[in-house]
Design a binder for this molecule. Structure first.
Ligand SMILES: *Cc1c(COP(=O)(O)O)cnc(C)c1O
Length: 421
């Protein structure tokens, strides 16, 4: 496959004008094509989405909202944003959608701003148990500007402890309760969270960044009917452009829109807004719904196959697109496993497990996800092969063995080509 051909005629221009950056584009494309992409938050977006991202919409300033802009000449980009909003509302059955946040973290800044004031108490999932930086990390605005209390998972079953969540909520009276995480393989009981929010008078915020694509594909239950506000990224399982989005009940529409602009951002990235519209339409197709189900089937198969290799799936397995594996029985840390897999052409990440005895920079676990490999068309048979690659890689420090695995990885990915011309 020719990578130059993939980028089209403009690539020749780029190569002439800026060979340094042209080389990066080519080698990154080759890296994505030839290695195994198991990072749970990554995916391969469609060529239609890439076309929107590389379009002249990038040139347009459009501060404000459709029909209420601060700049002239917005009549065309207005259409793209209206289409994106309508598609988001219809796909998720939401009363309100804001498609402008630049990223998942930006969307979360807007959520805090819409519902809380600095110093307010917010209750969110603890970081070592799978929460995100924006859920109260001391190095993040959330932990610096808010009093963030946290809940976690039970030590025995590694599932969210809703009794503990309720007790903490009653004791700390949070303005807002956040559910959603970056490394939680199980489903969240939104009905239970809603009941706790109602009992203590808290706003129910779901940070669905990781799993919203599975919701879009109707493969898992939706938080939208329960939550006051749902924030998410558009580039993970959802398979759209890098960016964020917020859905909310109609009564919160004005607060959310004001928090995004002028509260937090200037002009929206209209090329990304157009890409979001395209991705949302893709998500409404039967092909994407099958994809979302396959992602979960593959994640279950990968977790089971890794268990057969002597690792332990946190919370007993997965109900989503990712598995968190406790690898202590193998006798290597997450950091070492991550490095060895990298040398074998397998890209994933080390990850703390609940109650991890190791430091966050070392960890006892790895996190693997199936959004990207499933987009490539891989299935259960390939997941078993991948599990054996991972197991062989993390059990050896021999460079030639790792290089041999890398050759097998390249042979596998060559059978599932992406972004061919
Ligand atoms: C990925 C993620 C985010 C942040 O998204 P960015 O686009 O990287 O800013 C926020 N919350 C959760 C739960 C996430 O998984």
């Amino acid at each position: 496959m020719s990578s130059e051909r993939f980028y089209g005629p403009d690539f020749a221009l780029l190569s002439q004008q800026d060979p340094d950056i042209a080389a990066v584009l080519l080698s990154e494309l080759k890296r994505q094509q030839s290695n195994l992409q198991l990072i749970a938050s990554e995916n391969f977006t469609s060529r239609a989405v890439l076309a929107a991202l590389g379009s002249t919409l990038s040139n347009k300033y459009a501060e404000g909202y459709p029909g209420k802009r601060y700049y002239g000449g917005c009549e065309e980009v207005d259409k793209a944003e209206v289409i994106a909003i309508d598609r988001a509302k219809s796909l998720f059955g939401a009363e309100h959608a804001n498609v402008q946040p630049h990223s998942g973290a930006s969307a979360n800044v807007a959520v805090y701003q819409a519902f809380t004031k600095p110093g307010d108490t917010v209750l969110a999932m603890s970081l070592p148990h799978g929460g995100h930086l924006t859920h109260g990390s001391p190095v993040n605005f959330s932990g610096k500007w808010f009093n963030v209390e946290s809940y976690g998972v039970r030590q025995d079953n590694e599932l969210i402890d809703y009794d503990e969540l309720r007790d903490i909520a009653i004791r700390t009276k949070p303005k807002m309760i956040c559910s959603g995480a970056t490394a939680y393989p199980s489903l969240i009981d939104f009905e239970k969270v809603r009941a706790i929010c109602d009992e203590v008078g808290a706003i129910m915020w779901v940070d669905a960044a990781h799993f919203i694509g599975l919701v879009a594909g109707k493969a898992i239950p939706s938080p939208v009917p329960y939550a006051d506000v749902v924030s998410f990224t558009t580039h993970k399982v959802l398979r759209g452009p890098r960016g964020g989005m917020i859905l909310a009940k109609g009564e919160h529409a004005a607060a959310i829109d004001k928090a995004v602009f002028p509260g937090m951002q200037g002009g929206p990235i209209m090329s990304a807004v157009a890409g979001k519209a395209i991705a949302l339409a893709e998500c409404a197709t039967p092909a994407y719904q099958k994809y979302a189900k396959d992602v979960i089937v593959n994640a279950k198969a990968l977790a089971a196959a890794l268990e057969a290799e002597g690792m332990r799936a946190v919370s007993g397995g997965t109900e989503t697109h990712l598995a968190l594996m406790d690898i202590r029985a193998i006798g290597v840390t997450g950091k070492v496993a991550d490095e060895r897999c990298g040398l074998a052409g397998i890209v994933m990440n080390k990850n703390s497990i609940p109650y991890d005895p190791e430091k966050p920079g070392i960890t006892s676990g790895i996190r693997v996800g199936t959004p990207a490999t499933t987009t490539q068309g891989m299935g259960v048979a390939e997941m078993k092969t991948i599990a054996s690659f991972i197991a062989r890689a993390i059990k050896t420090d021999d460079a030639s063995t790792l290089a041999a695995i890398k050759n097998e990885v390249h042979a596998l990915t060559a059978r599932f080509p992406i972004y061919t011309a």
